[in-house]
Design a protein around this ligand. Structure first.
Ligand SMILES: [Zn+2]
Length: 1003
């Protein structure tokens, strides 16, 4: 039986953190304002009639939303929609939603619309503020007070002053709608909610309006919303046809847009966080649709994120259980708050509040998958079972309408807003306490700071990491003098007793080192991103909902030292203003300019910025001009005159050399690149496209159908990058079933928001046999194909990567973990500049095996050397009885053990007819492997590990004149694996010289 962890959590927190709180004793209890209309205010009879008509069962309504108050001056959503919010078959575009919100703001002094930025495709994002006239008139004064509570340093951490400010201030509750485009109900629910909050004179709503500022972003993923409406309208116009999934939501990613709250690579993440921080809001409440009928993920399930103040965890319990209680009181079935998703990863949009001293909340309501039709819905038994946390479960079979969804969303939100209005003093007091404790953290639980050393070998990547923190509104300081701190001696093994007697070791950092101090209001997000994660294989939660490890410094390949020694807080520093940038420029003069290959991704940017420049790569390390240069160093002859300005801008340090160093080189070319996608799933490849765009690596964006239609691929491209695409190898070739009707994904007057950058008349055909043939000819003729995860499997299964096999993790458990790698062949151009022991992102523990022969010769698991069972000790020979002792001429020559990442040597017996033996120059070349089992886990979950330890993860497989480069890991993932991007970039820049440094076996 599952222990009700909630009650235990509350008790624990009260015991450990008995900070006196200004309880909201003066606030009237919620029950004093009964939900329901004011008898003295007329209702909009027609609108109200339609609410009841479009709601499929009376118990899917509540007294909060079963009527609409009338207003002579303020328009209802029907002026724009032509019907009520949640009407069947009507999904409004963003333009209509915004038009209504602006009409509302024009008609009511209680509403204000603010533009909060634009999307990748230039569409506007807005926030709508609703509160009483009195509160709206003093928004700035209120914000000034909230700013002081948000940064208690500004009031000298004075609790009495904070209490005074709390008494004068009004909290801000930020609601965000439809980040997930096929979860389409929120915009209409939020249009109507804004109207109710502005117009309704019932005591319940007036209480909210007078005590709370409600902030609403009705559409978070605006690009995806408009495409979803296009698609739904297409479906309505072609009712007898099958219709495509929403292939592209945002410009880059689909469902993963709700995993960007760490890396903040998407405009929607940046715009929502900036709005939350600017308004000093106390809550982000994000609206989703999947689970029937309303699952309040505010409580969720364990494990909880380990970097949050326990106060917020208690707030989740209070608010979540109140939500269930009040909606249960209203008789609405299927409302629950516990279970389903763990609350470990801080990657979700709502988590921006939790990691910035606020309260994160998320609803899953029930929807019809992006359709506004009213549909018969059948639920599975696990969705309808009665459990201790879901006493009134959803019904097995009902008709479900968009209006039902809007009723649940609005009722839940109003119940929540009412609770915060009732408890505003407590919420604001907690906001202050959490902010203050985030500052005190440096000297209480620690660490005191993270230090990123000023003499890093990778200043560009270090600056990129620090800019992520800056986007998170974290303050960065820079030491103005060298300093020393004491670091603890790390325990040698996990679980080993900590050596408290050890004195620790002293480490000195140079002037210019960056210090991320933990005595600042937003220390928790910095701590959560820079620290390590450990998810125990014994955790009762067996199905982590998302990644279990994300340690940013490891994923970036940059050191960030966790410092608990509080002396670091006394180091003289200057606050960094403006974006952190690596120093750059050209020093010295000479015929040749050298830029060390340190793995900073800006090197690839430079190659494409100076497209016609003459650049070569050094195939060996060398010394010149008193400096050491790595293998792969860029050497530029006849440097263009703007090299100084460009290297300065890109943060690259270049050095003039008197002459070309005497070292083997080969050309570094700006290869012509295509990124290939399927029409089945485009999410994971979107992160690759985004990374390439950010780095300024130009590429053609093509589909598998383009490959099928292009016989001579080499005439257009040098490198075809096929990022993870979803689906099996067969599905990549076959595509979708060809029965029924064609399904266009095309920019037409009927679907004007579908991008012209990726379109087809029919998404069903896959790569096909023609496409496969074209790919094979492309590679054999000298092209390079890059595959990762399932697209690497595709290449292997269709015979494009001879001698490579992919393995799943067997009994080993990995769920989105960072694992340690080792470089196998540092002479491979793919490894240039890559740090040894880089942490790589493994989704599920996949790896490769390599062999020198077809159809066999792969090492198997557990195939170890050593002697068999027999006489004597382990080092003695066995002795067969009944025959003379073995003559040495019958014995095998001594062999060296073959490691998991090595090719087994060819045996004499195999050479008698070497048909199945891969010619030496065509055998796979292992570039990177997982490290040994003991050192494998960097961050997250690793249960076991023997099935993948030491195994190859990056393999260069030659084919004819070309190469297939295979990744078992995902090197370009969610903007968080910046340290492994160059494995891909090297492949591109050295595409016609990947054999550099290669040593072929004699036979
Ligand atoms: Zn969702």
């Amino acid at each position: 039986m599952r222990v009700p962890a909630v009650a235990a959590g509350v008790v624990l927190s009260l015991t450990l953190f008995s900070t006196p709180l200004a309880m909201a004793q003066t606030a009237p209890p919620a029950s004093s304002f009964r939900p329901g209309r004011s008898p003295s205010q007329p209702i909009d009879a027609e609108y109200t009639r339609k609410i009841k008509e479009y709601t499929t069962e009376p118990f899917f309504l509540s007294p909060l939303v079963d009527y609409l108050p009338a207003s002579r001056t303020v328009p209802t959503p029907s002026v724009v929609l032509g019907d009520i919010a949640g009407a069947p078959n009507k999904l409004p575009y963003s333009k209509e939603v915004y038009e209504y919100m602006r009409l509302l703001a024009k008609a009511s002094p209680r509403v204000k619309v603010i533009s909060i930025g634009t999307t990748e495709e230039g569409r506007e994002m807005i926030a709508v503020a609703v509160a009483s006239e009195a509160l709206m008139a003093r928004l700035d004064e209120n914000k000034a007070r909230l700013s002081k509570l948000a940064d208690p340093r500004t009031i000298g951490m004075n609790d009495a002053e904070a209490a005074r400010l709390v008494g004068l201030s009004t909290p801000v509750y930020y609601i965000t709608g439809t980040i997930h485009s096929p979860e389409a109900g929120a915009p209409t629910a939020l249009m109507e909610l804004a109207y109710r909050l502005a117009v309704d004179e019932s005591p319940y709503i007036k209480h909210i309006r007078d005590n709370l500022i409600t902030l609403i972003t009705p559409i978070v993923e605006v690009d995806g919303r408009d495409r979803q409406v296009d698609l739904f309208k297409w479906h309505m116009a072609h009712p007898n046809d099958t219709w495509p999934n929403l292939l592209y939501w945002g410009h880059y990613v689909a469902h993963d847009n709700n995993r960007d709250a760490m890396g903040l690579t998407l405009k929607l993440s940046q715009n929502v966080l900036n709005t939350y921080v600017d308004w000093k809001a106390q809550v982000i409440h994000d609206l989703h649709e999947s689970v029937p009928y309303l699952y309040d993920n505010t409580i969720g399930d364990g494990p909880y994120n380990a970097w949050l103040d326990p106060l917020v965890v208690n707030e989740w319990q209070m608010i979540g259980w109140n939500n269930v209680q009040e909606m249960t009181r209203l008789g609405m079935p299927g409302v629950f708050a516990f279970g389903n998703f763990d609350t470990w990863s801080p990657g979700y949009l709502m988590f921006m509040a939790a990691t910035h001293n606020g309260i994160s909340r998320l609803y899953e309501t029930f929807g019809n998958g992006g359709s506004a039709e009213t549909l018969e819905r059948t639920l599975s038994p696990n969705e309808t079972s009665r459990t201790w946390y879901r006493q009134n479960p959803p019904l097995p079979r009902v008709r479900w309408s968009l209006r039902n969804n809007n009723n649940y969303e609005q009722t839940g939100l109003l119940v929540s807003l009412s609770y915060i209005a009732d408890n505003k003093r407590l919420i604001l007091q907690n906001f202050y306490e959490k902010s203050k404790r985030s500052i005190l953290k440096a000297r209480t639980e620690g660490p005191a700071a993270y230090v990123l050393t000023g003499d890093t070998r990778r200043p560009g990547t270090q600056a990129e990491l620090l800019r992520v923190l800056q986007k998170q509104h974290v303050e960065i300081a820079r030491a103005t003098a060298p300093f020393s701190v004491t670091l603890p001696i790390r325990a040698k093994r996990a679980g080993a007793a900590s050596d408290s007697a050890a004195k620790g070791i002293s480490r000195t950092f140079p002037a210019g080192s960056y210090i991320v101090r933990m005595d600042q209001p937003y220390s928790r997000i910095a701590d959560a991103l820079l620290d390590y994660q450990y998810w125990s294989p014994n955790d009762p939660q067996k199905t982590p909902y998302d990644d279990t490890g994300w340690t940013f410094p490891e994923g970036f390949g940059v050191e960030a030292v966790r410092v608990t020694d509080a002396r670091v807080l006394d180091v003289p520093v200057e606050r960094v203003t403006g974006d952190v940038r690596a120093p750059g420029g050209v020093s010295g003069a000479g015929a040749v300019v050298a830029i060390n290959h340190n793995g900073d991704n800006a090197l690839a940017t430079l190659r494409y910025r100076l497209k016609s420049a003459d650049m070569v790569a050094a195939e060996e390390p060398f010394e010149a001009g008193g400096r050491k240069f790595n293998r792969g160093t860029f050497l530029i002859r006849n440097a263009p005159s703007d090299l100084g300005a460009i290297t300065k801008e890109l943060g690259l340090s270049a050095y003039g050399l008197a002459a070309m160093p005497s070292v083997a080189t080969h050309p570094l070319r700006a290869a012509r690149v295509a990124i290939m996608h399927t029409w089945i799933n485009t999410q994971t490849e979107g992160w690759w496209r985004q990374a390439f765009d950010f780095m300024g690596i130009p590429f053609d964006y093509i589909s598998v159908q383009d490959i099928a239609a292009t016989p001579n691929l080499a005439s257009k491209w040098d490198v075809i990058v096929f990022p993870p695409a979803g689906g099996s190898a067969q599905q990549i070739v076959q595509g979708l079933p060809m029965w029924r009707n064609p399904m266009p994904w095309k920019n037409t007057p009927e679907t004007p928001n579908i991008g012209t950058w990726a379109q087809t008349d029919d998404i069903r055909p896959g790569l096909g046999w023609d496409g496969l043939k074209h790919l094979e000819e492309f590679v054999s003729g000298g092209g390079v194909l890059v595959g990762a995860a399932n697209t690497a499997d595709f290449a292997i299964q269709f015979g494009l990567a001879t001698g490579v096999r992919s393995n799943d993790a067997g009994q080993t458990r990995v769920v989105g973990s960072l694992l340690r790698s080792r470089i196998v062949d540092e002479t491979s151009p793919i490894a240039y500049g890559i740090i040894d022991s880089l942490a790589v992102m493994s989704d599920d523990g996949g790896s490769f095996s390599v062999g020198s022969t077809l159809g066999g010769g792969f090492r198997r698991f557990g195939e170890q050397g050593g002697r068999p069972t027999g006489r004597g000790t382990v080092n003695d020979p066995d002795v067969a009885q009944g025959r003379p002792a073995l003559d040495p001429r019958f014995e095998l020559p001594p062999t060296t053990p073959v490691e998991s990442w090595q090719l087994a040597p060819i045996q004499d017996d195999q050479m008698r007819n070497p048909l199945g033996i891969i010619p030496p120059d065509q055998r796979p070349r292992v570039v990177l492997r997982f490290t040994n089992q003991r050192d494998l886990l960097v961050s997250g979950l690793l249960g076991g590990g023997s099935e993948l330890a030491d195994r190859p993860i990056v393999v260069d497989s030659p084919r004819g004149k070309g190469h297939v480069v295979l990744f078992a890991i995902n090197p370009v993932y969610r903007g968080t694996t910046v340290g492994s991007y160059f494995l891909v970039l090297n492949t591109i820049l050295n595409f016609d010289n990947l054999n550099a440094g290669r040593k072929n076996e004699a036979r």
